[in-house]
Design a protein around this ligand. Structure first.
Ligand code: CTP
Ligand code: MG
Length: 396
């Protein structure tokens, strides 16, 4: 609703939550309560005034920007002001910064899960002519009057309503109510009450369970559970566990056998070293094991077995994949970089990729480079492979 200001009061200390930081700056499910609140409010067509504790203005600005309010070019950039000792003082500070908006909504940042539909109900009632609007919920508990020690009569709960926010007002009326109350507003936690004191009617619209005020640790826990639910239903992230790994291997030329690399046989002198010296296959093994946190090729059963001297690298790759499978892991893809003067990868890249992809059971890409003549590899003394692997498994 153009010509509206939305005052978000976030200047309380959060004594009952007891996190040691002002409540709006306490974290829930990876973001501050204020950020959760503002993410929803960013879609509201109103100029946002954010009321925060002294010293928290810069944090609030960063949070507002992250939540999508107050982004640079936005003419409706959130105004940030410092609140007061009581909630009413904070609302008064917000009102003083609300400019000449025709309508004002006042909302508790602590109601961080407020559904947008509730804001629309309040704004709708204002558009329909109401000058003071409060979202309310029926009271579910049996309620009794009481003094400290003694219980009094049960109050008919069908006549009771619990107050929520945002409360919406004709801005001039709310200003008049605050001016009339003066110091007598005391620590009123309900803005509509001050309007009512002027003899003005206050209209009720339907509130929502989700708009509950995060006050205690139990409330924070409930909010976290609700946010987690929302996360799983709204997010498109796969539910699998995903990990990356890295592997490196180097061998010098000088082997007796033919040159075996990337699962293929090449012309020229072979590589020295254990088994067939295929540094690509060995680095793939290390990358896969590294991703799964299962050690490295040295710990792979049977690698040191004399029967594997001269074995093809494929034997080890298959053993690594079997080892991963025992722990529920499946490769997603593998990327290989070969460093060396020879062999030249380009002409046989497709062949190498096809052989390795069949071996791993997931896409394997192969690239080659020289080291510009630098170091042992640059002098043509051997070949090096650097490999990354991505693997996944279903959460247990
Ligand atoms: N509030 C405020 N300024 C104050 C007190 C409260 O802006 N001086 C805000 C709070 O940040 C909150 C809302 O008013 O968003 C409702 O207040 P409440 O839930 O009581 O929060 P706190 O006062 O922070 O918590 P507590 O009473 O447990 O200290
Ligand atoms: Mg309070």
């Amino acid at each position: 609703m153009t010509d509206s200001a939305l005052i978000v009061v976030a200047a309380g200390s959060g004594t009952r939550l007891g996190r040691g930081v002002p409540k709006a700056f306490a974290e829930l499910a990876g973001a501050t309560i204020l950020e959760h609140a503002l993410r929803g409010l960013a879609k509201v067509d109103a100029a946002i005034v954010l009321v925060v504790p002294a010293g928290w203005e810069a944090d609030a600005a960063a949070i507002a920007a992250r939540a999508g309010v107050g982004g640079g070019a936005d003419a409706r950039a959130a105004r940030i002001v410092v609140g007061g000792a009581t909630r009413a003082d904070s609302v008064a500070a917000g009102l003083a910064a609300a400019g000449d908006a025709h309508w004002v909504l006042v909302h508790d940042a602590a109601r961080a899960l407020l559904p947008l539909a509730q804001v629309e109900r309040v704004m709708g009632a204002l558009r329909d002519g109401a000058r003071a609007v409060v979202p309310v919920l029926p009271v579910v508990d049996t309620v009794r009057e009481a003094s400290d020690a003694e219980l009094g009569a049960i109050v008919d709960r069908s006549r009771l309503r619990a107050m929520q926010t945002p409360q919406g007002f004709d801005a001039a009326l709310l200003r008049r109510a605050y001016a009339a109350a003066g110091d007598a507003r005391g620590d009123s936690t309900d803005d509509a009450q001050l309007v009512q004191a002027l003899g003005e009617p206050v209209v009720a619209v339907e509130g929502s369970e989700l708009a509950f005020k995060i006050t205690t640790r139990a409330d924070a826990h409930r909010a976290e559970l609700l946010l987690a639910d929302e996360g799983t239903s709204m997010s498109e992230l796969p539910t699998s566990e995903i990990r990356t790994g890295v592997g490196v291997d180097v061998h010098g030329f000088g082997g007796d056998g033919p040159l075996r690399l990337a699962g293929l046989e090449w012309e020229g002198q072979g590589l020295a070293g254990h088994s067939d010296g295929d540094v690509v296959c060995h680095a793939i093994v290390d990358a896969l094991l590294s991703a799964a946190g299962l050690g490295d090729i040295g710990g792979l059963a049977g690698v040191d077995d004399p029967q594997h001297a001269g074995a093809f690298g494929e034997v080890f790759v298959r053993a690594a994949i079997a080892r991963l499978a025992e722990h529920g892991w499946t490769p997603m893809n593998v990327a290989v970089q070969v460093l060396g003067n020879r062999p030249r990868i380009g002409p046989r890249r497709d062949e190498a990729q096809a052989v390795l992809t069949a071996m791993v059971g997931a896409p394997v890409s192969v690239a080659g480079t020289t080291t510009d003549g630098l170091g042992a590899i640059g002098r043509g003394e051997g070949v090096q492979a650097v490999v990354t692997a991505l693997i996944h498994r279903r959460p247990s």
